[in-house]
Design a protein around this ligand. Sequence first.
Ligand SMILES: N[C@@H](CCC(=O)N[C@@H](CS)C(=O)NCC(=O)O)C(=O)O
Length: 210
Amino acid sequence: MKLYDYPTAPNPRRVRFFIAEKGQTIPIVTVDLAQRAQFTPAFRILNPSCTVPVLELDDGTAISEVPVICRYLEDLHPDPPLMGDTAEQRAIIGMWDRRMEIDGYLAAMEALRNSLPGLSGRALVGPHGYAQIPELAARGRQRLADFMADLDTRLRDVPYVAGDAFSIADITAFVTLDFARGRLKLELPDEAAALRAWFAHVAERPGTQA
Ligand SMILES: N[C@@H](CCC(=O)N[C@@H](CS)C(=O)NCC(=O)O)C(=O)O
Protein backbone atom coordinates (compact mmCIF):
# COMPACT_ATOMS: atom_id res chain seq x y z
CA MET A 1 0.00 0.00 0.00
CA LYS A 2 1.18 3.58 -0.76
CA LEU A 3 -0.20 7.00 0.05
CA TYR A 4 0.14 9.70 -2.60
CA ASP A 5 0.66 12.87 -0.65
CA TYR A 6 1.85 16.48 -0.64
CA PRO A 7 3.39 17.64 2.63
CA THR A 8 1.73 21.07 3.00
CA ALA A 9 -1.69 20.16 1.58
CA PRO A 10 -4.46 19.83 4.19
CA ASN A 11 -6.43 16.92 2.72
CA PRO A 12 -3.48 14.49 2.78
CA ARG A 13 -2.72 15.77 6.29
CA ARG A 14 -6.14 14.54 7.42
CA VAL A 15 -5.23 11.03 6.23
CA ARG A 16 -1.72 11.13 7.71
CA PHE A 17 -3.22 12.20 11.07
CA PHE A 18 -5.74 9.33 10.84
CA ILE A 19 -3.02 6.77 10.01
CA ALA A 20 -0.88 8.00 12.92
CA GLU A 21 -3.82 7.67 15.32
CA LYS A 22 -4.19 4.07 14.16
CA GLY A 23 -0.51 3.46 14.94
CA GLN A 24 0.11 2.50 11.32
CA THR A 25 2.81 3.49 8.84
CA ILE A 26 2.17 3.63 5.10
CA PRO A 27 4.89 4.49 2.58
CA ILE A 28 4.48 7.94 1.07
CA VAL A 29 4.84 9.01 -2.56
CA THR A 30 5.07 12.79 -2.93
CA VAL A 31 3.07 14.31 -5.79
CA ASP A 32 4.59 17.74 -6.34
CA LEU A 33 1.49 19.92 -6.60
CA ALA A 34 3.69 23.02 -6.99
CA GLN A 35 5.05 21.47 -10.20
CA ARG A 36 1.53 20.41 -11.27
CA ALA A 37 2.41 16.72 -11.03
CA GLN A 38 -1.29 16.01 -10.33
CA PHE A 39 -2.01 16.78 -13.99
CA THR A 40 0.47 14.33 -15.53
CA PRO A 41 -1.02 11.50 -17.61
CA ALA A 42 0.30 8.88 -15.19
CA PHE A 43 -1.33 10.53 -12.19
CA ARG A 44 -4.60 11.10 -14.06
CA ILE A 45 -4.85 7.33 -14.55
CA LEU A 46 -4.53 6.90 -10.80
CA ASN A 47 -6.99 9.69 -9.99
CA PRO A 48 -8.89 11.44 -12.81
CA SER A 49 -9.89 14.12 -10.29
CA CYS A 50 -6.19 15.16 -10.16
CA THR A 51 -6.09 15.41 -6.36
CA VAL A 52 -4.21 13.98 -3.42
CA PRO A 53 -4.49 11.97 -1.25
CA VAL A 54 -4.75 8.69 -3.11
CA LEU A 55 -4.27 5.32 -1.44
CA GLU A 56 -2.91 2.74 -3.85
CA LEU A 57 -3.35 -0.88 -2.83
CA ASP A 58 -0.80 -3.57 -3.62
CA ASP A 59 -2.92 -4.81 -6.55
CA GLY A 60 -2.97 -1.30 -8.06
CA THR A 61 -6.47 -0.36 -6.94
CA ALA A 62 -6.56 3.40 -6.34
CA ILE A 63 -8.82 4.95 -3.67
CA SER A 64 -9.25 8.71 -3.43
CA GLU A 65 -11.47 11.00 -1.29
CA VAL A 66 -10.40 11.46 2.31
CA PRO A 67 -13.45 10.01 4.11
CA VAL A 68 -13.42 6.96 1.87
CA ILE A 69 -9.70 6.31 2.39
CA CYS A 70 -10.28 6.62 6.13
CA ARG A 71 -13.27 4.26 5.97
CA TYR A 72 -11.10 1.66 4.24
CA LEU A 73 -8.32 2.03 6.83
CA GLU A 74 -10.84 1.89 9.69
CA ASP A 75 -12.20 -1.39 8.31
CA LEU A 76 -8.69 -2.81 8.10
CA HIS A 77 -7.64 -1.52 11.53
CA PRO A 78 -10.73 -1.10 13.73
CA ASP A 79 -8.74 -0.24 16.87
CA PRO A 80 -8.80 2.41 18.08
CA PRO A 81 -12.17 3.23 16.51
CA LEU A 82 -12.14 6.70 14.95
CA MET A 83 -15.39 6.37 12.98
CA GLY A 84 -17.59 4.64 15.58
CA ASP A 85 -17.99 1.02 16.62
CA THR A 86 -21.80 0.76 16.67
CA ALA A 87 -24.35 1.71 14.04
CA GLU A 88 -25.41 4.71 16.14
CA GLN A 89 -21.86 5.90 16.77
CA ARG A 90 -20.99 5.53 13.10
CA ALA A 91 -23.97 7.71 12.22
CA ILE A 92 -23.24 10.37 14.85
CA ILE A 93 -19.54 10.60 14.00
CA GLY A 94 -20.29 10.55 10.27
CA MET A 95 -22.77 13.40 10.73
CA TRP A 96 -20.30 15.55 12.64
CA ASP A 97 -17.45 14.78 10.29
CA ARG A 98 -19.58 15.83 7.34
CA ARG A 99 -20.53 19.05 9.12
CA MET A 100 -16.85 19.78 9.80
CA GLU A 101 -16.04 19.18 6.15
CA ILE A 102 -18.94 21.14 4.63
CA ASP A 103 -19.14 24.07 7.05
CA GLY A 104 -15.44 24.30 7.90
CA TYR A 105 -13.12 22.68 5.42
CA LEU A 106 -15.00 23.70 2.28
CA ALA A 107 -15.40 27.26 3.61
CA ALA A 108 -11.60 27.45 4.06
CA MET A 109 -11.09 26.24 0.50
CA GLU A 110 -13.63 28.76 -0.79
CA ALA A 111 -11.67 31.54 0.94
CA LEU A 112 -8.23 30.38 -0.18
CA ARG A 113 -8.82 29.22 -3.71
CA ASN A 114 -10.76 32.32 -4.68
CA SER A 115 -8.03 34.67 -3.46
CA LEU A 116 -4.56 33.15 -3.88
CA PRO A 117 -2.88 34.62 -6.99
CA GLY A 118 -1.08 31.31 -7.61
CA LEU A 119 -4.46 29.59 -7.98
CA SER A 120 -5.78 32.02 -10.57
CA GLY A 121 -7.96 30.03 -12.99
CA ARG A 122 -7.99 27.09 -10.53
CA ALA A 123 -10.62 28.14 -8.01
CA LEU A 124 -11.79 24.54 -7.79
CA VAL A 125 -9.50 21.51 -7.80
CA GLY A 126 -9.60 19.12 -10.71
CA PRO A 127 -8.85 18.98 -14.40
CA HIS A 128 -11.20 21.82 -15.40
CA GLY A 129 -10.13 25.42 -14.84
CA TYR A 130 -12.52 27.70 -12.99
CA ALA A 131 -12.13 31.44 -12.50
CA GLN A 132 -11.75 32.92 -9.06
CA ILE A 133 -14.69 34.90 -7.68
CA PRO A 134 -13.45 37.40 -5.07
CA GLU A 135 -16.88 37.58 -3.42
CA LEU A 136 -16.61 33.87 -2.67
CA ALA A 137 -13.30 34.45 -0.88
CA ALA A 138 -14.98 37.01 1.38
CA ARG A 139 -17.93 34.69 1.92
CA GLY A 140 -15.59 31.82 2.78
CA ARG A 141 -13.95 33.92 5.50
CA GLN A 142 -17.35 34.82 6.92
CA ARG A 143 -18.41 31.17 6.86
CA LEU A 144 -15.22 30.24 8.73
CA ALA A 145 -15.94 32.83 11.40
CA ASP A 146 -19.44 31.38 11.78
CA PHE A 147 -17.98 27.86 11.84
CA MET A 148 -15.67 28.80 14.72
CA ALA A 149 -18.50 30.36 16.70
CA ASP A 150 -20.80 27.37 16.14
CA LEU A 151 -18.07 24.87 17.04
CA ASP A 152 -17.25 26.83 20.19
CA THR A 153 -20.89 26.52 21.21
CA ARG A 154 -20.81 22.78 20.57
CA LEU A 155 -17.59 22.29 22.55
CA ARG A 156 -19.04 23.98 25.62
CA ASP A 157 -21.16 20.81 26.02
CA VAL A 158 -18.88 17.97 24.88
CA PRO A 159 -15.12 17.30 25.07
CA TYR A 160 -14.80 16.24 21.43
CA VAL A 161 -16.62 17.26 18.26
CA ALA A 162 -18.76 14.12 18.02
CA GLY A 163 -19.21 13.62 21.77
CA ASP A 164 -17.18 11.83 24.43
CA ALA A 165 -14.43 10.31 22.30
CA PHE A 166 -11.80 11.61 19.88
CA SER A 167 -12.81 10.80 16.29
CA ILE A 168 -12.28 11.60 12.63
CA ALA A 169 -14.51 14.66 13.15
CA ASP A 170 -11.83 16.14 15.44
CA ILE A 171 -9.20 15.45 12.78
CA THR A 172 -11.22 17.25 10.10
CA ALA A 173 -11.94 20.21 12.38
CA PHE A 174 -8.37 20.50 13.67
CA VAL A 175 -6.75 20.38 10.23
CA THR A 176 -9.27 22.95 8.96
CA LEU A 177 -8.64 25.39 11.80
CA ASP A 178 -4.86 24.95 11.69
CA PHE A 179 -4.98 25.63 7.96
CA ALA A 180 -7.16 28.72 8.52
CA ARG A 181 -4.62 30.05 11.02
CA GLY A 182 -1.58 29.32 8.89
CA ARG A 183 -2.77 30.11 5.39
CA LEU A 184 -5.68 32.50 5.89
CA LYS A 185 -4.40 34.23 9.05
CA LEU A 186 -7.74 33.56 10.71
CA GLU A 187 -7.02 32.99 14.40
CA LEU A 188 -9.40 31.35 16.83
CA PRO A 189 -11.37 34.18 18.47
CA ASP A 190 -10.27 35.15 22.00
CA GLU A 191 -13.80 34.75 23.27
CA ALA A 192 -14.10 31.18 21.90
CA ALA A 193 -12.71 29.67 25.10
CA ALA A 194 -14.09 26.15 24.59
CA LEU A 195 -12.80 26.01 21.02
CA ARG A 196 -9.38 27.25 22.07
CA ALA A 197 -9.14 24.69 24.89
CA TRP A 198 -10.17 21.85 22.57
CA PHE A 199 -7.67 23.01 19.92
CA ALA A 200 -4.80 23.12 22.44
CA HIS A 201 -5.77 19.67 23.74
CA VAL A 202 -5.91 18.08 20.26
CA ALA A 203 -2.64 19.81 19.29
CA GLU A 204 -0.88 17.65 21.91
CA ARG A 205 -1.68 14.47 19.98
CA PRO A 206 1.34 13.10 18.07
CA GLY A 207 -0.86 12.65 14.99
CA THR A 208 -0.91 16.42 14.47
CA GLN A 209 2.78 16.17 13.51
CA ALA A 210 2.26 13.43 10.92
N1 LIG B 1 -12.49 15.67 -2.28
C1 LIG B 1 -11.08 15.39 -2.28
C2 LIG B 1 -10.32 16.70 -2.27
C3 LIG B 1 -8.83 16.52 -2.37
C4 LIG B 1 -8.12 17.85 -2.60
O1 LIG B 1 -8.73 18.89 -2.82
N2 LIG B 1 -6.78 17.78 -2.55
C5 LIG B 1 -5.97 18.96 -2.84
C6 LIG B 1 -4.85 19.10 -1.82
S1 LIG B 1 -5.47 19.56 -0.24
C7 LIG B 1 -5.35 18.80 -4.21
O2 LIG B 1 -5.01 17.71 -4.59
N3 LIG B 1 -5.17 19.89 -4.95
C8 LIG B 1 -4.65 19.85 -6.28
C9 LIG B 1 -4.75 21.15 -6.99
O3 LIG B 1 -4.86 22.19 -6.32
O4 LIG B 1 -4.68 21.14 -8.21
C10 LIG B 1 -10.71 14.47 -1.11
O5 LIG B 1 -11.52 14.34 -0.16
O6 LIG B 1 -9.65 13.83 -1.11
